[in-house]
Design a protein around this ligand. Structure first.
Ligand SMILES: [Zn+2]
Length: 247
């Protein structure tokens, strides 16, 4: 399993980073995990061909995690002239929110005669679901997005990738991380209180509970970006746009 970080930023482009998007080449297929608003631009900037993506798995329905889907679909339709099918998997409510997003950004786009087959698969929270041969299990976390916000575990049968999505600290993250070859966890702020997000002050004492082979921090705001060396000092990896990691 090989991870290329397309975007490791927060919603606001802090540090010049793109919105959340992970390009995951597995034993079964090529997946995107999240597809934030800037992700089509970011993929092209990193030389990653969107046509290689077989499926997209969404942690939750915020613009900085799924907002590029209209651009990705219309690029495939009109510019890339995609022929391969595409599967979009996300939490319950994904289909309706994606249709709304398409219509807001590009009216009548939901009525396109698509030149390639694409479909949405809504993943029941807590129930293992097959996504293109991967075992995907989601866990609901605490982060308001108008639909269940989830953490993800994705296994290709050889390696296990886990991701917190966006959330406050919840003890369920211990099980999400358990046994993962890589666990990516959001750490939005350094200290203080942020609704729906984790801070370093909260995460640091919990790190020993997270039994993943490697832990990587992402989605940092300016205060956390400025103190990222403190996370490195205790062995956490720091997500960077363009970073490639064999899991
Ligand atoms: Zn969010």
């Amino acid at each position: 399993m090989r991870l290329t970080i397309v975007g490791s930023g927060d919603a606001f482009g802090s540090g010049g980073r793109f919105n959340t998007c992970f390009f995951l080449e597995t034993a079964k297929a090529t997946l995107l995990v999240d597809c934030g608003a800037s992700s089509l631009v970011a993929m092209k900037a990193h030389g990653l061909d969107p046509d290689r993506v077989d499926g997209i798995v969404l942690s939750h329905l915020h613009g900085d995690h799924f907002g590029a889907l209209p651009f990705l679909l219309l690029d495939a339709q009109f510019l890339a002239r995609r022929e391969r099918p595409l599967l979009i998997a996300g939490p319950p409510g994904t289909r309706a929110r994606l249709d709304a997003l398409l219509e807001v950004f590009f009216p009548r786009s939901t009525a396109n005669a698509w030149r390639f087959a694409w479909e949405v698969k809504e993943i029941d929270v807590g129930r293992q679901t097959d996504v293109l041969g991967h075992a995907v299990t989601t866990t609901e976390v605490v982060h308001f997005s108008g639909a269940p916000s989830t953490a993800l575990r994705i296994s290709d049968g050889e390696k296990l990738f886990a991701y917190s999505g966006d959330t406050e600290w919840v003890d369920a993250l211990v099980a999400v991380a358990s046994g993962a070859d890589l666990f990516i966890i959001e750490c939005y702020g350094y200290s203080g209180r942020f609704n729906g997000h984790i801070t370093w002050e909260v995460l640091k004492p919990r790190l020993p509970d997270l039994r993943a082979k490697r832990i990587m921090i992402t989605h940092m705001n300016p205060s956390m970006l400025a103190r990222q060396d403190e996370a490195k000092a205790v062995g956490a990896l720091i997500a960077e746009d363009g970073l490639v990691l064999d899991i």
